[in-house]
Ligand binder design. Sequence first.
Ligand code: NAP
Length: 509
Amino acid sequence: MNQGKICVSICADTVSKFIENINKARGQGDLIELRFDCLRKDELNAEDVESLRNTLAKIVGGESYPPWITTFRPKSQGGERELSDFERRNFWNVGSETEIADLEEDMVDDSWSWLWSERICSFHSFAGVPDDIESIFRRLVQTQADIIKIAVNVGDATEAIEVWKLLDNSSVRVIPIAMSEPGKWTRILGLAHGAPITYASLDEGAETAPGQISARDLRDVFRVKELNRETEVYGVIAGNTSYSLSPYMHNATFKQAARNSVFIPLQVEDLDKFIRRMVKPATREVELNFRGFSVTNPHKQAIVRHLDVIDETAQKIGAVNTVKVEDGKLHGYNTDAPGFIGPLKELYGDLKDVRVAVAGAGGAARACIYALQQEGANVTLLVRDVAKASALVNGFEIKVEQLTTDNRPLSTDILVNATPLGTRGPGENDTIATADELLDVKLVYDLVYNPAETRLLREAKAAGAKTLGGIDMLIAQGAEQFLIWTGTKAPLDIMKAAITERLSKTNAG
Ligand code: NAP
């Protein structure tokens, strides 16, 4: 266990909802932050502040809760409403020894240190990382506050290293926060590297700042309090990590195996910069102890030029979805191919000379074609743009046909959907084929895993075909990754339970 604390941030516009949320936060974290600036002006008259504090103290302190953090942040610093300086000074004139005050730079001098158990001096930049972040930090240190908190918005995982470096190089206690999805790694790894606090939301959808992670996920999925500098760090490198199931799947396996490992989201736009500044030993500016990556859209091809070693399967497919970091060297693999073929062979049996039609011409389709040809299947590619696809399937001896919607039965034994059609969202009811077209098809395999049963699979069932959904492939390719990274077999049931739980939670909302 590290020394850091998870702080659940509470925001509500009325006192009654505020109190309701405090009660919900019980047992969720080590601290709570009361965002008084969220309360409507008519709910927080100056004369009421003290009586409100007394009420809150009874609720919180009555249960021997640890000190809470009091925050009264003006809009210019990310607060919920405009606050006059007069209002703020009045507010900070009343304190209690059990409270930690979270003050802006201009209020530290006006607050009495003896009124508070500790004072945090916080600085927020929603416009990105300021060029003069180091001088801002030095200024904040001079306020003599007990803890310095710097939160900046980032658009790429790599930008977050500017705040992270403050933590690594500082003799005072620092909470470095990179806000938004690409900055999540700072919220997960902060405590392991000496940050005293990481902020969490009460639940998903109740975030009080961009990129906040729920207290439950920080504690149970990422196990942030158990991490330290020796923790082996893995992550998913993707253009958008917000829907990724990989952190849930891989952290569940690490937890079950009692490994000192964590799997984090790494939302990366500029891959070259990320590899240079965060990964390669000769050029990296932070030491996070990366041991491996899942790589997904749009970086599966681009990652290849950064590898020191590439395995034969990945080379033939021309795409890498798994990287192992060993002695500073990057080794690339493709686990989509074995992850795809394993569940199919289990359900269908021998694939020699079996006719398989694969719809789509992206990275997943290439892995499917490679794996099917290894098994001796007779593969046809179905695409919407034949000219474009011909170049993509270069290197594979394969027929390419136009994907049609003319209701004629498809003449194939197996149909694979390697397009995103049918994925949860606006296009959920889209399908590459209807029941009429599937009458002669024996098995339909949809790589889409959310929803677990797509429209295509329902059409296949109506036509009497066997069905296979994308979750089996997701687990099988993830299990291959776990084997590559750790040399041990993955617990498939744990992976499946983690994915099912996560999907049911996100789809319930
Ligand atoms: P990708 O590289 O973006 O390729 C998507 C392909 O689908 C492209 O060839 C695209 O055609 C085609 N496509 C898109 N919309 C279409 C439409 N309306 N009609 C016909 N074709 C369409 O994506 P990917 O990485 O190959 O992944 C494809 C799907 O497989 C995704 O849904 C992904 O989530 C899923 N997948 C699942 C797993 C798993 O473990 N279950 C693993 C990998 C991928 P154009 O080339 O003409 O744009």
